[in-house]
Ligand binder design. Structure first.
Ligand SMILES: Cc1cc2nc3c(=O)[nH]c(=O)nc-3n(C[C@H](O)[C@H](O)[C@H](O)COP(=O)(O)O)c2cc1C
Length: 237
């Protein structure tokens, strides 16, 4: 009996296409609404993410109301100002930062705040006792599922982190023990760029894969037993 559980060529292609063509999108949202069944599929993909102790500590707060979004946008404006001030010592970076479009809160079709509830199925959550951050890591897994599923559906997502968590806490009436992890803007777009916007604008470039892979310990980028892989990694572009 064959025991090959790998995907077919087409299925793999689809998965890698979603991974490599996913982009953070903040501009050029179209006015087209995301149909209910598409949104439901995207949320269901998020809900099937792995989670520490199967705790499923996420909630997805869907936001359409313009008044609520405007309050979030106001938080963005205040936080952006703080970042601009932090770049006071580097005028070139400051100017570049100011020219970047870093959110699509009002222009997108829908906003989703993804939260972390540390009390879910707690206080003892299997696997979380030694590393409490695994709870938030689980929420990030859900966010990545959501982002990739959205890409497969042709829906763009922009993650806005230039926000004050205290503002989100108040605006969305979050209980004090619930933590906002991501504020996402979703909508159809007319293109997914080939490269991250921050790469195109010259803010930062993608590091080479071999710079971030280590063999047998921190900082070891060459090792005899891993030569073949290193060669393959260097070609992986
Ligand atoms: C945790 C997190 C927070 C982010 N916050 C912002 C943000 O506030 N504004 C923004 O324009 N992009 C934000 N991004 C998007 C990143 O800039 C983007 O992922 C990165 O430049 C790579 O581009 P890509 O996602 O298109 O591959 C965030 C991404 C992550 C994962």
């Amino acid at each position: 009996m064959p025991c090959d559980h790998s995907f077919s060529g087409c299925e793999k292609e689809g998965l890698y296409k979603a991974i490599f063509s996913r982009r953070d999108v903040r501009a050029h949202f179209l006015s087209k609404e995301i149909p209910t069944e598409v949104l439901a599929r995207i949320l269901n993909a998020a809900h099937h993410a792995p989670s520490v102790g199967f705790s499923q500590p996420w909630n997805f707060i869907l936001i359409k109301a313009k008044e609520i979004r405007q309050q979030v946008k106001n938080s963005f404006i205040r936080e952006r100002e703080k970042s601009i001030n932090m770049l006071e010592g580097d005028k070139t970076k400051q100017k570049m930062y100011m020219s970047l479009k870093l959110e699509g809160i009002l222009e997108s079709d829908i906003n989703i705040c993804v939260t972390y509830d540390p009390t879910r199925f707690g206080p003892f959550v299997l696997g979380r006792a030694s590393i409490p951050e695994t709870g938030v890591y689980s929420v990030c897994c859900a966010i990545q599922n959501l982002w990739l599923a959205a890409r497969a559906e042709g829906v763009g997502i922009g993650w806005v982190s230039i926000l004050a968590n205290d503002d989100l806490q108040n605006i969305l009436s979050l209980p004090s023990f619930v933590r906002p992890v991501a504020y996402l803007c979703l909508g159809y777009v007319n293109e997914f760029a080939d490269k991250p916007d921050l790469e195109t604008t010259g803010w930062l470039g993608r590091m080479r894969l071999e710079e971030v892979v280590c063999f047998e310990g921190w900082g070891i980028h060459k090792n005899e037993s891993w030569e073949e892989l290193l060669e393959a990694i260097c070609k992986a572009y």
